[in-house]
Design a protein around this ligand. Structure first.
Ligand code: FAD
Length: 285
């Protein structure tokens, strides 16, 4: 505490398994990332479902929330991580990628995709899992060969039993996920040279959960010094937090406020794009 303002004097870090204490100098600033939507995620393979794992808060792997949980023991101005990290029944999604060299399958998908700003989407409205496919512009990756196409998608209700595969999506291998998708698409040909990787994400939509006004802390918490908070769980009034630009904006505000560098223009200006962002968010959820 200095001048009535809280300041971080030491960081206790874990580096390569070793505990390291880092003392802060008088002019050092600390920018902390709070939480993550990838917390607790597990990845399966084409032949196996994602491994199930416990997602208790204090387990070692869940380091995504430890800084925030520690911060709230120092005052009421640091928000409420529990609102976001404990409600996995409401925040779980299962996502997947499909990597295919099957030209017929790719051309079929491209022919039925509807175009939207965030990518071309295929909604499968009769799916018990509530499946959505996104067909991004290709190539997605710099080194991606021309004959390979990459698709991603997600399901909002992965605990439900599938329409074509009689089990929950959480318990499905990638091969079973694509079997379910092909059933909904009425695609009866064989799909060759295609790999589907499922990923269970228990906190994927945690950033969109209903919250109280004070659950997200401000970028510069009141009565603190040399400290800023960034990421998708930090408050910026009138911004929708659904995509990458939100975390970037919190970092721009943090560096501007702490160093005096003028705040960059907001290329995703909230006044002009609120409606568009909201529509995109609703489209996703
Ligand atoms: C399937 C999917 C598709 C998406 N598509 C798009 C898209 O098309 N466009 C778009 O703009 N956005 C998209 N998003 C959202 C986008 O991924 C997020 O907005 C972005 O990843 C947020 O970045 P971030 O760095 O703020 O947080 P994160 O990506 O969550 O990264 C934070 C990192 O910090 C780590 N971390 C946190 N705390 C600690 C700690 N104490 N110690 C060590 N490490 C820690 C976390 O483990 C994590 O790796 C998508 C997300 C998903 C899941």
């Amino acid at each position: 505490m200095r001048d009535g303002r809280k300041k971080i004097s030491r960081l206790n870090l874990l580096e390569n398994g070793y505990q390291v204490a880092l003392d802060m100098g008088a002019h050092d600033i600390v920018i902390l990332m709070l939480g993550s939507t990838v917390s607790g995620s597990s990845t399966g393979t084409h032949n196996y479902p994602p491994p199930t794992r416990s997602i208790e808060l204090n387990e070692e792997y869940d380091e995504n929330w430890t800084i925030w949980l520690e911060l709230i023991t120092h005052g009421h101005t640091f928000g409420n991580p529990y609102n976001f990290c404990t409600r996995v029944d409401d925040s779980t999604l299962t996502s997947f990628t499909i990597t295919t060299a099957d030209t017929c399958f790719w051309e079929f998908l491209a022919s039925i995709a509807t175009h939207a700003e965030a990518g071309a989407f295929i909604l499968l409205p009769k799916s018990n899992w509530d499946l959505r496919l996104c067909i991004p512009m290709q190539p997605v990756f710099g080194q991606q060969p021309e004959n390979i196409h990459v698709i991603w998608g997600f399901a909002l209700f992965p605990k439900a039993s599938g329409n074509y595969v009689q089990k929950s999506m959480e318990a499905c291998s990638g091969a079973q996920v694509i079997t379910e998708i092909l059933g909904h698409l009425n695609y009866h040909s064989t799909v060759d040279d295609t790999t589907t990787i499922p990923r269970h994400m228990p906190r994927m939509s945690s950033l969109l959960l209903v919250r109280s006004v004070a659950d997200r802390p401000e970028v510069i918490p009141p009565k603190t010094s040399h400290l800023a908070l960034v990421g998708q769980f930090v408050e910026i009034p009138w911004y929708s937090c659904v995509d990458m630009s939100y975390g970037i904006r919190t970092a721009q505000i943090a560096t501007s406020q702490l160093t005096g560098i003028p705040l960059l223009d907001d290329k995703h200006g909230h006044t002009g794009s609120t409606t568009r962002s909201t529509l995109r968010m609703l489209f996703w959820r």
